[in-house]
Design a binder for this molecule. Sequence first.
Ligand code: G3I
Ligand code: 9MR
Ligand code: ZN
Length: 541
Amino acid sequence: LSTPDHRHIAVNQIGYATEGAKIAIFSGEAHGFRVINEETGAMVYTGKSGKAIVDKPSGAIVHVADFSGVRTAGRYHLEGDDGNVSASFVIGDKPYGELQQGLLKAFYYYRCGVELTGEFAGPWAHGACHTAEGIVYGQPELTLDSCGGWHDAGDYGKYSGPGAKAIADLLLAYELYPTAFAVSIPLPESDGKTPDVLLECKVELDWLFKMQEPGTGGVYHKLTTLNFPGLDVMPEEDNAELYFSPVSATATGDFAGVMAMAARVYEPYDQGYARQCLTAAEAAWSWLQQHPEAPGFMNPPGISTGEYGDDTDQDERYWAAAELYRTTGEAVYHEAVQALAQLSFPKYSLGWADMGGYGTLTYLLTGESATEKGLYTSLKQGLLAEADRLVRQSREDGYRISLLEEDYIWGSNMLVLNNAMLLLAAEHFSGETAYAACALDHLHYLMGRNVLDISYVTGFGDRPVMHPHHRPSVGDGVADPVPGLVSGGPDRGLHDEYVAEHLQGKPAAQCFADHDLSYSTNEVTIYWNSPAVFVTARFNM
Ligand code: G3I
Ligand code: 9MR
Ligand code: ZN
């Protein structure tokens, strides 16, 4: 066992809802604790933590301190009998409102091709970037408009499939929890009518249109420079030539899915745009029909940026068919969903590589009366069984999340949040609020109730990530990183030089370094932020 060298009382550093469960996780020896109101200094609660258990993923001995009895709004911290003090946090109604806004605002900071002005970006303003046309790989004389969208991550690549996952999470959040999006961020485009989340997603959708190959309906896999730029290069200084990588079936399937979804969601606000989305989705679908056996994407010679390879495109086709069916009601798409559902790819996974879960959720959201009874029932049962498994795993975990030791992989925080999304989907289809309670435990982990006592969201919480592998945050000369970014989280594979040198032998959940060189544990991406928006939205309705 390795004792973590930091505070021994881990809490959600944002806080807890007034009426809900309030649980801290202790990793030290002491069991007795007090809850202190920071405004008055008064001790409002005393208690003892429960039985100590050995928690394998974190390598810590942990025990649970329950202070759910504190039901008065205010700012608090916990003190242990050994003198340990927790982060300061609030108890209040809807405590995650600002967090949700910050997580959504992050997409504005990821914007490419436009200037981020001081009015909206504050000290993180910077000039317009990546405005040049891109070269179509293998056709040096063919250049196309490539401007716009969101940067993927700490690098400046733009990748079609990951972009589609990010939009899908945000639009799903809006479809399920529209009231959580009533407050404006605001954004430069805010018009008092269209929800900001739709305005922000339009930025990426507008760029995705440019990724569709003229004439064929296929979708270029990505748009990047040949190699990653240096870590301190600001976006507007990254002037190397941009290349469209070849069309892939996974990108085309994701594109068809997200465009069909957008056609439905934007319809009430902008019918012309909705039609344009549907036409693009149909063109992508016919490309997929004409290419039933497309090879998987691999970086072509000379390109070394993110590959986003994928073993199968069946799940992307399934998602596309399900969205097209839900949006159009046309029988051909329903037949396609039913045929694809017979194949054995994961049906409850929320990508970027495994997009089958989106197909399943969309099919279920189409409703019982418009779907095939047998398939509807088996997908619903499968979803609830998967959620039950996540609940069971969370009950056995010291920090109450569903990740097993082997799940602490590159981007483990995406698994944390995707699992929370799946739990919330189970709540949606069953009405069983215990699933939401388990999902909330996952948010508590993200926001500090973890063995490292760190908030994995920049700018939020008492001890947030300060040094993400994010080029603008490294290069801009501003002390604080760009706020609202979700860090990848622990990766026991120690996949970069920095962690390989510093973290050998650490337990899985401690394989994390808040250092800007650690791209495998501390990078940030749009598709780690997007499920966090979904999860916080549920608790902001
Ligand atoms: O799925 C396997 C699992 O079965 C196995 O047990 C485990 C053991 O390590 O590995 C899992 O695969 C990992 C995979 O992510 C899971 O999604 C790989 O090891 C890991 O190398 C891979 O990392 C990906 C990384 O790129 C490297 O390819 C991340 O998911 C992906 O988010 C990340 O994406 C990068 C882009 O390439 C470039 N832009 C930034 C972005 C974020 O770091
Ligand atoms: O900075 C790159 C990061 O954005 C990518 O996600 C990561 C994975 O492909 O790669 C990073 O670039 C590193 C490269 O792969 C290896 N040499 C060091 C680079 C980081 O400065
Ligand atoms: Zn850019």
